[in-house]
Each structure stands twice: as structure tokens, then as C-alpha cells.
Design a protein around this ligand. Structure first.
Ligand code: PGA
Length: 317
């Protein structure tokens, strides 16, 4: 193993480049004796002379020529590493690893697509799962951040809301309540509801809401995806309560209707969440700012309706 320093490589390269100790010293803001001393130590470490003096000029020896090739490679590699790391620090490269609630995946993929268009060199890994798993991932600090409904208090989490998440009641297009206005909550007790699995944020919000309203719902089949609930509602197996973000296409295509029920939609928010004190990478920080500053606006532009569309939906119903 050669005992040489990067500083010696820089000095050697400069002397070889200028074929002069004094001009290398000038370029590196060193004294000429300091340059000569470093070259001498380098030659001692290598065990061969790197330069020879003929008259007033210095020339690289054969070993010097050979070593110059390696020295330049090493210095070039170092410059490249520096550039890559600067870019990573500065933004634009790096990795982003996020997890989103299954309900959030409908708009989150659109937001990611926009983010990747802006920073094409960022590589993204997206995990889609339900609320319970997200909380576990946060506890184990597995992800840069997650997108979910409001996390429980007291969990050492920093959560910032960035977008509304209205929950609506959906029905088949020819359901008897499809055209009824101002349906009282109590009327829902005569219906059967298809519900998301235990651990789903949508399910928890729905249950909490009906307990607060002292309404006892009849729940039918439990289903672990929003898509399954939509299909089952279309097939007239019952009513469903889902985020408006998951049903905008079906409402528009009139494959489902959102019922005009008293106290609906249930208003929730989407949060970007990570552990308190987590050191976000530059890329993660960039994505977080992107979500907070532009997330809602971009989602709306992509057709993920916020409050103004809810009133339209309610009017249609
Ligand atoms: P989900 O949604 O777990 O029902 O998909 C997450 C949330 O609303 O918190």
C-alpha cells in the first residue's frame, strides 16, 4: 500500500503539467521549497524518481509518466464524486422513498409523476399500503416520509396537512336514494354498508363519525381495497363510504353517485408525515416542499376535486 496523500497527487500533477516547481507552487499558492519537499516525499514513498533535471528543465521519468496517468485518474474520479455529491446536496438526483395510504395513491402517483418530470434523475420508490402499516413503517423509520390521514397524537411524529380529503357516501346509479336531496343521517340505518378492512384510515374515520352522531350502521362485507368497494357498490351490494379522490372518475362517468346526505362529506385532510427530528435528505426535503406548496393545486389540476367539486357532486345527487 502506497503511503501517499491526495495533496501530494495534486502537487505532482501541477509540477508535471507546468514542468516547473516554481509555476506549480504559484498555481497552488505554495512556496517552491514546500512543493519540492512534497515531491521528494512522494518519490521516497514510491521508491522511484518521478522527475529528472536536464539543464534548467525538468522532465518526467518513465515512472513519472506512468504514475501521472494514475494520478490524473484518481483526481478526475474525485472531481466526479464531488460533482455528483454536490448535485445530490443541491437537488435533482438522489433517491426518494415514500409510502402512501392506499386511498392517497390515487392522487399521489400524479404528484410523483409531476415531481419526476421536474427532476428526472431522482429515483423514486413508492409503497402503497393502509394506515396501520404506515404507522408501523413510521415507527421503524423505514421511509423518507409518508402520506396519510391525520396520525394519532403522542407518537413522536411531525405531520403537516397539505390537502383536503372529503369522504362521500357512494351508491349505485339506480339506488332509491340516488336522486333524494338532504337525506337525513338516520335514514342510513336502513342501508347496508360495504366497509374497508380494519386498519384503514377511511374505515376509522367513518366509524368515529357515526359513533359521534349516535348512528348505528349495518355493515356488510369487508373489503381491503377501494376498487373492490366501488365494484361492489356498482353491483348493488350496498352503499360505500370512500374518499372523493378514489371515485372522481366513476362519478364523472355516472357509474356511481355521491348521495346528498346531511353532514356529508366528512372532511378530513391529507398529511405528509415523518418522525420528529428526522434528517430529511435534500431530495426528500424538496419533495416535502413540493407537496406543501403545490400538492393541492396540482392534484386539482389533474382532476382530483376538492371542495368546489363536492358541491357540484352534491347538487348532482
Ligand atoms: P386508507 O386511507 O388507509 O383508508 O387507504 C388512509 C387514511 O385515510 O388515513
Amino acid at each position: 500500500m502506497l503511503h501517499i496523500t491526495l495533496r501530494q497527487l495534486h502537487i505532482f500533477e501541477a509540477v508535471a503539467h507546468h514542468a516547473s516547481h516554481s509555476r506549480a507552487a504559484e498555481q497552488l499558492h505554495l512556496t517552491q521549497p514546500a512543493v519540492s519537499m512534497q515531491i521528494k516525499q512522494l518519490e521516497e514513498a514510491i521508491g522511484l524518481p518521478l522527475f529528472e533535471q536536464l539543464g534548467k528543465k525538468i522532465y518526467l521519468t518513465e515512472a513519472g509518466n506512468e504514475f501521472l496517468h494514475y494520478a490524473r485518474n484518481i483526481l478526475d474520479q474525485l472531481t466526479e464524486a464531488e460533482n455528483v455529491l454536490t448535485e445530490m446536496k443541491g437537488m435533482g438526483r438522489g433517491k426518494l422513498s415514500i409510502s402512501v395510504a392506499s386511498t392517497a395513491s390515487y392522487f399521489a402517483t400524479q404528484l410523483l409523476a409531476e415531481f419526476c418530470k421536474r427532476y428526472p434523475k431522482v429515483s423514486v420508490s413508492l409503497n402503497v399500503t393502509n394506515r396501520e402499516t404506515l404507522l408501523k413503517q413510521l415507527a421503524q423509520n423505514e421511509m423518507d416520509m409518508v402520506i396519510m390521514g391525520k396520525p394519532p397524537e403522542g407518537l413522536d411524529l411531525q405531520a403537516t396537512s397539505f390537502m383536503e380529503n372529503p369522504l362521500v357516501i357512494i351508491a349505485a346509479i339506480n339506488h332509491p336514494l340516488a336522486n333524494t336531496k338532504h337525506i337525513p343521517l338516520s335514514r342510513l340505518q336502513e342501508e347496508t354498508f360495504l366497509v374497508r378492512e380494519q386498519g384503514s384510515g377511511t374505515r376509522i374515520a367513518m366509524e368515529r363519525f357515526f359513533i359521534q352522531q349516535h348512528i348505528k350502521l349495518t355493515t356488510g362485507t369487508e373489503m381491503s381495497t377501494n376498487e373492490a368497494i366501488k365494484q361492489a357498490v356498482q353491483a348493488e351490494m350496498g352503499l360505500g363510504i370512500l374518499s372523493l379522490h378514489t371515485v372522481s372518475l366513476e362519478l364523472e362517468a355516472k357509474r356511481l353517485v355521491a348521495l346528498d346526505v346531511q353532514s356529508f362529506p366528512i372532511l378530513r385532510d391529507w398529511y405528509v408525515v415523518h418522525r420528529i427530528g428526522k434528517r430529511l435528505t435534500a431530495t426528500a426535503q424538496m419533495f416535502k416542499e413540493f407537496l406543501l406548496n403545490e400538492g393541492a393545486q396540482i392534484a386539482q389540476a389533474k382532476g382530483f376535486n376538492l371542495m368546489n367539486t363536492i358541491s357540484k357532486v352534491a347538487l348532482q345527487a
